[in-house]
Design a protein around this ligand. Structure first.
Ligand code: 13P
Ligand code: SF4
Length: 308
């Protein structure tokens, strides 16, 4: 199946982009894998005719907005995101109206409609720098992740107004579980994704995007690393450092892992079928794409200026 997907991709001049939360088999056949920022950057400058996105809906939607004339395929259109889901445009408009003197910085994990209501987009890989690119007294609404927004507020000393959204995978990781792992493994360090809740982030030795976590894990002198994020990241981490031990923070009593149900909807078979049939395709209204593009392009331009 892997060979068939790659053969089809070549025949159709398709590029396969994959996020680090995809299953190892999908990560292995991807032409490019990365965090949300790197994937958006890659989508912005690909010369492929088709983008096959092994990720979730907001990622493929961003790729489509950046490439309105290309075909963007998402193997399973149900691959959503609890953060995007938490922030409906009609509710967000009302929220935004309460703060007329605020600008809006939105996490890329949001719908195209929210992107049209935002001044600039950010990812976990550039959020602090994007926020700090605005003057200290600039009033800001940050949506939709209150954990990432709260983390940025603590780091930058800002008081951004936060939309009340969370990632259903990271938000349920608890400090109790982390402390238990730390007690059992006193020599281990802890790395966490900023979508985790404050008590977990407060315990972390390092907080960053998936790419930043991978870099830290690779360069760390620690032989044992506790990892607070989605399980998919372990594939690349273990590949980078086969001699190190990675301990994933479990999400609850019944499950020893934290898989994002949306990310894991993608399978090799669905990738193959998507490429073969050129569906499911991301179709967006022209005007929506034109309006939504500004905030994404602003993020890409700022990231370039900041060397990110
Ligand atoms: P990054 O890979 O950009 O850190 O994002 C994590 C995530 O939750 C993607 O849905
Ligand atoms: Fe959304 Fe969380 Fe899944 Fe990422 S891991 S796609 S933020 S639900």
């Amino acid at each position: 199946m892997k060979d068939k997907v790659l053969k089809l991709a070549k025949e159709k001049n398709a590029v396969i982009l994959a996020h680090y939360y995809q299953t190892p088999d999908i990560q292995e056949i991807a032409h490019f894998k990365g965090d949300s920022l790197a994937l958006a950057q890659k989508a912005a400058d690909t010369d492929a005719d088709i983008i096959l996105f092994a990720g979730v809906h907001f990622m493929a939607e961003t790729a489509k907005i950046l490439n309105p004339t290309k075909k963007v395929l998402l193997p399973d259109l149900n691959a959503g995101c609890s953060l995007a889901e938490s922030c409906k445009a009609e509710d967000f408009k009302k929220f935004k109206d309460q703060y007329p003197d605020h600008i809006v910085i939105s996490y890329i994990n949001c719908s195209a409609e929210i992107k049209t209501l935002s001044d600039v987009i950010c990812t976990s890989g550039n959020a602090i720098q994007i926020v700090e690119s605005f003057p200290k007294d600039q009033k800001i609404i940050f949506a939709p992740d209150k954990n990432l927004g709260g983390y940025i507020n603590r780091i930058t000393g800002r008081e951004m107004v936060l939309w009340d959204g969370t990632c259903e995978v990271h938000d349920i990781l608890t400090a109790e579980k982390v402390l238990k792992l730390k007690t059992e493994n006193p020599d281990a360090c802890l790395i966490a994704h900023p979508e985790c809740a404050q008590p977990v982030l407060m315990l972390a030795d390092f907080v960053g995007s998936t790419t930043a976590m991978l870099k830290y894990a690779k360069e760390s002198k620690s032989e044992k690393i506790i990892v607070a994020t989605e399980t998919g990241i372990l594939h690349e981490m273990q590949k980078d450092s086969p001699e190190k031990e990675f301990l994933i923070v479990p999400s609850n009593e019944t499950c020893a892992c934290n898989d994002c149900a949306h990310m894991k909807l993608n399978t090799m078979e669905k990738l193959y079928n998507a490429l073969k049939n050129e569906t499911p395709e991301i179709i967006l209204d022209e005007e929506l794409m034109n309006k939504g593009r500004n905030s994404i392009v602003r993020m890409l331009d700022l990231s370039k200026e900041l060397g990110l």
